[in-house]
Design a protein around this ligand. Structure first.
Ligand SMILES: Cc1cc2nc3c(=O)[nH]c(=O)nc-3n(C[C@H](O)[C@H](O)[C@H](O)COP(=O)(O)O)c2cc1C
Length: 386
């Protein structure tokens, strides 16, 4: 169902709860990782309808909301002429998540819309404070900012900027975030001579509906987790043990405990969200067949390009992730029958994950199947309410 823009904002405001508060009431948050880059998370030539276009993604967002998902998320990457390469020119076409969330704000009324922004690639906090407040109002308080520092040296080069050491990037992100918060809260002109940015008599109005937009980060390093503990509402996490579900279940409890300890010490409440790649069919045999189809279609040069990105740079995430797992994709792989998928979600929740942000291979039909077969079982298992 598509709602009129005014209705979207009005309906959101009615129950007085923020979209984030509503999502937090779910035993397990549920999100969809939007395929706004060609190939999504799967560098394979196996046939599918998944498409990077705005219309395809807008339909996914509307459908995800209808079936009760809490959030959708778009990543941002800056790649050269051939994307990650290969015969699919993997991720060559890549639409901007900030603009995509702006476009879908008026089509939806409940679902959280999270965009990634590389704040160190030439942004000024005043720009993003204004854009964020605008998006916050367009969406009725549902916009989330995945504030990232960027970790790929080639991206920094693209913007003609000098490389910044890893931990210094998080110091800059902290100042950027504090300026955003000040501009979102302060009902007077702001003057601030910061280490990295300055404001003089700067002001933003309207103020965000629920104090500030939802803040998200996806760091894994000590500095990244320190930043998230202080500022973020949601933290996108990876499995320290790689994408294999058993290795993930072994290594996640210590990782999520570390995050909880850090956020408790900062006196904050943060939720961790992992992104599983879900391949779900009625029988194990069908699951194996889909996996084999994807693996047979491996776009080898594209996989190398993606893996090079995930292993290059100075980031902590994705250490221990194997090349072979990148053909299908996902920061943890959840394959199986509907019952087996739900069982693995339960185990991931027990390992300290508060939410699942799902990738599919063929998003539109796989989302429908998930709605028909997995969601009812999640409700039965007490993972979802409503
Ligand atoms: C689920 C998820 C989504 C991410 N999305 C992006 C993104 O869109 N763009 C980006 O440059 N980095 C993205 N990252 C990378 C993180 O922002 C971060 O740079 C990386 O995890 C390294 O963290 P560290 O610097 O703390 O080691 C993502 C990471 C995860 C786990």
């Amino acid at each position: 169902m598509v709602v009129a823009p005014s209705q979207a904002a009005d309906l959101q405001a009615q129950d007085g709860l923020s979209a984030l508060d509503r999502a937090k009431q779910q035993p397990l948050m549920l999100g969809l990782f939007l395929p706004i880059q060609n190939g999504g998370w799967t560098p394979s030539t196996a046939p599918r309808g998944t498409d990077w276009s705005f219309n395809y993604n807008a339909r996914l967002v509307v459908r995800a909301e209808e079936i009760g998902f809490d959030l959708v998320f778009g990543l941002a990457q800056w790649l050269g002429a051939d994307g990650h390469g290969g015969e699919t020119s993997y991720r060559k076409n890549s639409i901007d998540p900030l603009l995509v969330t702006s476009g879908v704000a008026a089509l939806t009324r409940n679902i959280i819309l999270i965009s990634t922004v590389h704040v160190l690639y030439g942004w000024h906090p005043l720009h993003l404070a204004k854009f964020g407040a605008t998006l916050d109002h367009m969406s009725g308080g549902r916009w989330g900012l995945n504030l990232v520092t960027g970790f790929r040296p080639k991206e920094i080069d693209m913007f003609g900027l000098a490389p910044i050491p890893h931990d210094a990037r998080y110091l800059m992100a902290a100042e950027f975030t504090e300026m955003l918060e000040k501009l979102w809260h302060e009902d007077a002109n702001v003057t601030w001579d910061g280490e990295y940015w300055s404001l003089k008599d700067a002001y933003v109005s309207p103020k965000p509906i629920h104090g500030r937009p939802i803040l998200v980060n996806a760091g894994s390093s000590e500095a990244g987790l320190g930043y998230a503990a202080k500022y973020s509402d949601l933290l996108f996490i990876t499995s320290p043990g790689g994408a294999d579900i058993s290795a993930a279940l072994e290594t996640l409890p210590a990782h999520t405990k570390r995050i909880r300890d850090k956020t408790a010490a900062a006196g904050r409440d943060i939720r961790t969200v992992i992104n599983p790649h879900v391949i779900c069919r009625e029988t194990e045999r069908e699951v194996r067949e889909v996996c084999q189809l994807i693996l047979d279609g491996e776009d080898s040069a594209a996989v190398d390009g993606l893996v090079g990105t995930m292993r290059g740079g100075d980031q902590t995430s994705w250490r221990g992730h194997e090349r072979q797992q990148r053909i299908i994709g996902g920061n943890v792989q959840v394959f199986g029958t509907p019952e087996q998928v739900v069982e693995q979600f339960i185990q991931l929740k027990e390992a300290g994950c508060d939410g699942m942000q799902i990738n599919f291979f063929d998003f539109a039909p796989d989302l429908e199947y998930f709605a028909d077969r997995v969601l009812p079982l999640m409700k039965q298992a007490g993972l979802r309410k409503g």
